[in-house]
Design a protein around this ligand. Structure first.
Ligand code: G
Ligand code: G
Length: 253
């Protein structure tokens, strides 16, 4: 309860911060950055989301937290320089502000307009469970955002309960292969088989495919060999504070 009250206060006082982790193309150039929230707690130091997201959920604060992250990430990303003449997109995780929430489209639209960022630089990451079995009305509202250029990504793909075949029903343009499967690429044949099956399926269904948790050059090379579209992980960069991330982009091509 104590932490919950503090989090509520931190949110209203704008005391959370965002780190960014680059997502790179096959050539290593930055295409996107994923915003990852942190809480610089006055006594406990920098808290990771694993610690305070459950608190936010308990206190019914997830939606407010998502709104804060969305507005902040879009505002920060609006000022990023281009890389190789291409704008860098920003990916935001949504856990409370999800399709189906009545003001979902309005919240996203408002954040985009307020930041003055192009819709096609915005990626909304949702876990599989937020994307399955959506009523047609909800899919229709997601379509309104997609028509403007917003992309949806399924996070941690492979860990949920959908079969590969159900990928075609998921309203997402981007599939993020969970790092659990990436971890074994290069030594565990069954992990490699899963990763490759997801990539093949994604391609067949005209989705783009991102590998999460890429830690070694071997994983990168093997995944590039099967045609993964983009890569994220410690091999390229840890999540870094906003200012440091800007500096990375400013170095340019
Ligand atoms: O940042 P880190 O790698 O520690 O993230 C741990 C988990 O917290 C990840 O599963 C990630 O999806 C989630 N997470 C990180 N940042 C955010 C955020 O801004 N909003 C939401 N809803 N989840 C986040
Ligand atoms: O669920 P989501 O993909 O949003 O989780 C992001 C989490 O993964 C963050 O906690 C981030 O710090 C972590 N992460 C990012 N890159 C790597 C990596 O290469 N290896 C591992 N083990 N974790 C990573």
């Amino acid at each position: 309860v104590h932490l919950e009250g503090q989090l509520r206060e931190a949110l209203t006082r704008d005391e959370l911060i965002l780190h960014y982790q680059p997502v790179v193309g096959p050539d290593g150039g930055v295409q996107t950055a994923e915003a990852l929230v942190r809480w610089p707690h006055p006594e406990r130091g920098l808290l990771a989301p694993d610690v305070f997201l459950p608190v936010a959920e308990q206190g019914d604060l997830l939606r407010d937290l998502d709104r804060w992250v969305l507005r902040t990430a879009l505002r920060e990303a609006a000022t990023w320089p281009q890389v190789d003449g291409r704008p860098v997109a920003v990916a935001v995780n949504l856990a409370g502000l999800v399709p189906g929430v009545p003001d979902f489209v309005d919240s996203v639209t408002h954040a985009v307009e307020e930041a003055g960022i192009d819709y096609n630089r915005v990626i909304l990451e949702l876990v599989e469970t937020s994307l399955v079995d959506l009523p047609s009305r909800t899919r229709q509202t997601m379509g309104e955002l997609v028509d403007r250029g917003v992309r949806f990504a399924v996070d941690d793909f492979g860990t949920g309960y959908s079969s590969l075949a159900r990928l075609k029903d998921l309203p997402a343009q981007i599939i993020k292969v969970d790092r659990r499967f990436v971890a074994g690429v290069g030594n565990d044949p069954s992990d490699f088989a899963v990763a490759r099956a997801v990539v093949d399926m994604a391609r067949a269904m005209d989705r783009s495919c991102v590998a999460e948790g890429v830690e070694t050059a071997t994983q990168f090379h093997v995944l590039r060999g099967v045609g993964v579209d983009a890569y994220q992980g410690w091999l390229f960069s840890r999540p870094v504070p906003a200012k440091e991330f800007r500096a990375v982009l400013d170095l340019g091509p």
